[in-house]
Design a protein around this ligand. Structure first.
Ligand code: HGY
Ligand code: MN
Ligand code: MN
Length: 413
C-alpha cells in the first residue's frame, strides 16, 4: 500500500500558504496569530478525518483515530516555525501523519491500535525558550505552571498568547503515554544527500545547551572616549563569537556553536554600548564533551570580564542531554525501508525534535528524508517530492508495524 502523494503534497502547499515569506518559506513564530491560523487549518483537516481532537493545557493538539482499543501509536511534530523558516520543518511530519490515517481509512484497513497525530507547542524555541517546550510538558519534563509563566523574546507571556489564539486547552499534562512514537522529519543537514541516500533511520538526538549571556559595560561617546578607557560590551560580544568558533574548530565535528541573536543597547552609531545580550547554542552528541565545552566557555567568560572590566552573566535557556532512540523502533524503520528496496542510513539528529521528549516515556525513533544542500531554518529549505512521498510511505508501514508490536521487557534492549 502507498500513500496518496498528491494529497500529501497539496496539504504541504496549502499550509505553506499560511504566513508565507519570500523564497518559499514561512514565518509562524509560536503562538502568534500566524501560528494560530496554521493550527486552525490542521485541526480542520483532523476533523475532516473524524479524529478525536484534544487540546491540552499548553496548546499541544492531538488528533486520534479511535479505530481500536489500547494506547495509540503516535506520530507528529510541529507547525510553528523560526522567523525565516522553510515549509517542511515540522509541518511535513504532521501532514504525513494525517495522510497515513486518511490512506488507511480510504483503504478500509483498521490497525490493531488507535493512531494519533499531534503538533506540539513551541518546538522551535525561537520565541519562547526552551525549544520542544510543548512535548517536554506533555511527557512531564516541565511543570505546566512553569511553562505558562515563560516570557517570550518580545515580552509576551506564554499563557496569554495561548489564550489569544484560542489554544489554551483543558486536557491535562502529562498526557497519556503512547504505545510508541515515531516522527518523520526532513534531515535539515547535508548528510543524506552527500552520501546519496534517500532515507535516514535516526538513532538519537545530540545534546543541546542554550544560554543567554548579558554583558554590562559603560555607554560612552564614540568620539571622545579613548580606547583605553572603554568598557565595550560590543567588543566583548565579538570576542565571545570568535572564541566559540575557535572552540568548535578545536573540538572538531560534531561539536557546533552558534551565536544567533545579538542585541545592543542603545544600538546607535555614535554610542559605545551600555549592554550586549547574546544567545549561545552549543551542541554535541556526547554529554561529557558538551559539559567540557560549557565549562571551558564559562571559564573564558570569567577571564574576559576581568580583562575588559565589564560584568558578564549567563542564564540557561535550554539544556537537554543527548538522547538514544529505542533500537526496536530503529530496527522496524530499517526493515520498512528495506521493504521499499531503499537502504537507509543510520544517523543521529543534529536538530532537536519532539521525538526526543517522547523517548523519555515510550519506544521512539525518527525517519529522515534528505534536505537539498542541507539547508534549513531558511526559506530555501527543500526536499524532492519523491523523497517526501517515500518518507510518508515508510511512516505508514512503520506505524502499522508498531501497532502490531508488543514492547515487553523481554524484547527491550
Ligand atoms: O533548535 C532546534 O534544533 C530545533 O529546530 N528546535
Ligand atoms: Mn523541526
Ligand atoms: Mn526547526
Amino acid at each position: 500500500m502507498r500513500i496518496n502523494s498528491g494529497r500529501l503534497l497539496a496539504r504541504i502547499a496549502a499550509l505553506a500558504e499560511v504566513s508565507p515569506i519570500s523564497g518559499g518559506g514561512n514565518c509562524r513564530l509560536a503562538l502568534t496569530p500566524e501560528d494560530g491560523h496554521g493550527r486552525d487549518l490542521v485541526v480542520s483537516w483532523m476533523k475532516d478525518l473524524d479524529l478525536r481532537v484534544s487540546i491540552d493545557v499548553v496548546g499541544n493538539v492531538i488528533g486520534t483515530w479511535e479505530c481500536a482499543p489500547g494506547s495509540p501509536v503516535m506520530t507528529g511534530s510541529h507547525i510553528d516555525t523560526v522567523r525565516t523558516g522553510g515549509r517542511f520543518d515540522g509541518t511535513y511530519g504532521v501532514l504525513a501523519g494525517l495522510e497515513v490515517i486518511q490512506c488507511l481509512q480510504d483503504a478500509g484497513i483498521t490497525p490493531k491500535r488507535p493512531l494519533s497525530v499531534g503538533f506540539f507547542t513551541n518546538e522551535e524555541g525561537a520565541r519562547f525558550a526552551p525549544d520542544m517546550l510543548g512535548s517536554l510538558v506533555y511527557v512531564g519534563g516541565m511543570a505546566v505552571e512553569d511553562a505558562l509563566d515563560i516570557v517570550a523574546i518580545d515580552g509576551a507571556q506564554l499563557a496569554d498568547e495561548l489564550e489569544a489564539i484560542g489554544y489554551r486547552g483543558s486536557h491535562p499534562c502529562p498526557g497519556p503515554t503512547p504505545h510508541a512514537f515515531v516522527e518523520l522529519h526532513v534531515e535539515q543537514g547535508p548528510v543524506l544527500q552527500s552520501i546519496g541516500r534517500r532515507l535516514g533511520t535516526v538513532t538519537g538526538v545530540q545534546g543541546i545547551s542554550w544560554q543567554e549571556v548579558t554583558i554590562n559595560g559603560q555607554s560612552n561617546h564614540a568620539g571622545t572616549t579613548p580606547m583605553s578607557m572603554r568598557k565595550d560590551p560590543a567588543y566583548v560580544a565579538g570576542r565571545i563569537i570568535v572564541f566559540l568558533r575557535e572552540l568548535a574548530t578545536r573540538y572538531g565535528a560534531p561539536q557546533v556553536c552558534t551565536v544567533g541573536k545579538v542585541d545592543l543597547v542603545p544600538n546607535l552609531v555614535n554610542v559605545v554600548p551600555a549592554t550586549a545580550t547574546l544567545t549561545v547554542d552549543i551542541r554535541n552528541t556526547d554529554e561529557l564533551t558538551l559539559q567540557k565545552a560549557e565549562h571551558e566557555f564559562a571559564e573564558f567568560l570569567s577571564h574576559l570580564a576581568d580583562e575588559e572590566n565589564v560584568t558578564i552573566s549567563s542564564r540557561q535557556l535550554a539544556r537537554f542531554e543527548p538522547v538514544t532512540f529505542d533500537e526496536r523502533v530503529v530496527d522496524i524503520i530499517d526493515s520498512v525501508c528495506a521493504s521499499f528496496a531503499v537502504a537507509p542510513h543510520q544517523l543521529p539528529s543534529g536538530a532537536g525534535h519532539d521525538a526526543q521528549m517522547f523517548a523519555r516515556v515510550c519506544p521512539t525513533a525518527m525517519i529522515f528524508v534528505p534536505s537539498i544542500n542541507g539547508i534549513s531554518h531558511n526559506p530555501a529549505e527543500l526536499t524532492d517530492d519523491e523523497d517526501l512521498v517515500l518518507g510518508c510511505d515508510v511512516l505508514l508501514h512503520t506505524m502499522l508495524r508498531l501497532a502490531n508490536t508488543s514492547f515487553t521487557e523481554e524484547n527491550s534492549r
